[in-house]
Design a protein. Structure first.
Length: 398
């Protein structure tokens, strides 16, 4: 297991406190990150339906999943083996049998079919058919939306979680440096991606890396106008910029990092954009501390770039840490106007105040955690515009 039993038990207690406040007696968890957070379960099995069931008056959750994955649950979780309940293969991607039919039957057998049941409705891994079959199989239950209940519990990290994210940051540094070093005229984009992935997984001599929840994002040239493109098999050309957004991952904990490289000599416009964007993120990092609202961070960013005639509507950051594909974000708070989440020590965020235009863009980001008096960035790499391995423009950070 990634953590001791005591830490998992503490997470269960906090989750049950939130359940009690919302009047939820049984919580059905299908988000694999939340399953991992409460049980330790870690496997690439989320392409089939699986679930962790937290019952208010039971000490341990129940794990329900495919029969061939039950041994994985026994290996990776802190649960008693009797609490690991596999469903037969007949329920796997069947037109006649659905895993939620099995779940409903189990809940009925153990007397939980007339209770208030919370489900993660807004979830990649919980489908409309899941909800339909649960309602059909549990007609006397009272269902309510429990989306993000566990995610909010995860917002403040333990010291061990922060330590894992710091290890992931070492992988981010190495992978980013390897990608920047390799980018040059004539090199294929896919070869740079392969090098980054290799470094992400190899990690350091002390600790190996996991697969990240998001593949390396490496848009090039005019594609830098769009932030979420990966790579192609084209070769880099002189006069192109490349934005790199990657993350090291250790025991499913991420530390994202973004930087921008230019092949050749950038024009004054791009250099100016790099200076403004980097100044903006530096100003934000300097003012972040416990007790302030997230919207105050966004206000600082907005005020800084407005001095140079720029504006940005999108949010500039979000909580990050434990996750599985397709996202490393936690889907709760956001660094944007109107978000009055109060910052606390050991919260961790990925701040990415990038700028995108019709045919170009510039990215720089940092993962940071709140300390008792301010914040610290997890990675140690200069911020600004890179060209052939050298930093130019506004040299902030590191």
């Amino acid at each position: 297991m990634s953590f001791g039993t005591a830490e998992y038990q503490g997470r269960i207690r906090k989750t049950k406190q939130q359940m009690a406040e919302k009047g939820i007696e049984v919580l059905l968890i299908t988000d694999p990150a939340n399953m991992n957070y409460l049980s330790g379960y870690d496997a690439w099995s989320f392409y089939v339906h699986q679930m962790l069931i937290v019952i208010e008056d039971e000490d341990q959750p129940l794990w329900v999943g495919r029969i061939m994955d039950a041994n994985g649950a026994k290996i990776t979780t802190w649960l008693y083996h009797d609490n690991i309940i596999p469903y037969p293969e007949i329920y796997v991607q069947s037109q006649t049998h659905h895993p939620m039919d099995f779940v409903a039957e189990i809940l009925s057998q153990i007397g939980q079919d007339r209770r208030s049941i919370g489900v993660e409705i807004e979830n990649y891994y919980f489908t409309a058919k899941c909800y339909e079959r649960l309602q059909k199989g549990l007609p006397n239950a009272r269902f309510q939306d429990a989306t993000l209940l566990v995610n909010w519990v995860r917002l403040v990290k333990s010291d061990t979680e922060i330590a894992y994210m710091k290890r992931a940051a070492r992988f981010s540094e190495k992978a980013m440096a390897a990608g920047i070093e390799m980018i040059a005229e004539g090199v294929r984009e896919c070869d740079v991606a392969a090098r980054i992935l290799e470094v992400q997984v190899r990690g350091t001599k002390e600790h190996g890396g996991d697969y990240p929840a998001i593949m390396p994002l490496l848009p090039t040239g005019e594609r830098t106008a769009a932030p979420h493109l990966t790579w192609t098999d084209k070769r880099y050309k002189q006069g192109e910029s490349v934005t790199l957004e990657i993350a090291g991952c250790y025991k499913r904990y991420h530390s994202p990092l973004a930087r921008t490289v230019f092949i050749g000599t950038p024009d004054a416009e791009l250099q100016h954009l790099a200076e403004v964007t980097t100044e903006g993120i530096n100003e934000c990092l300097a003012m972040i501390k416990p007790g302030i609202y997230l919207e105050e961070v966004c206000a600082t960013w907005t005020k800084t770039i407005a001095r140079y005639g720029f504006e940005k509507e999108a949010r500039i950051g979000y909580p990050v840490g434990l996750n599985y594909p397709p996202d490393w974000g936690e889907h709760t708070a956001s660094i944007r106007m109107g978000d009055r989440t109060v910052l606390e020590p050991n919260m961790a965020f990925h701040m990415i105040p990038a700028m995108w235009f019709d045919d170009s863009g510039f990215e720089v980001s940092e993962t940071f955690r709140l300390t008792e008096s301010g914040c610290e960035t997890l990675a140690n790499m200069p911020r600004g515009l890179f060209t052939k391995g050298h930093l130019i423009g506004y040299q902030g950070g590191a």
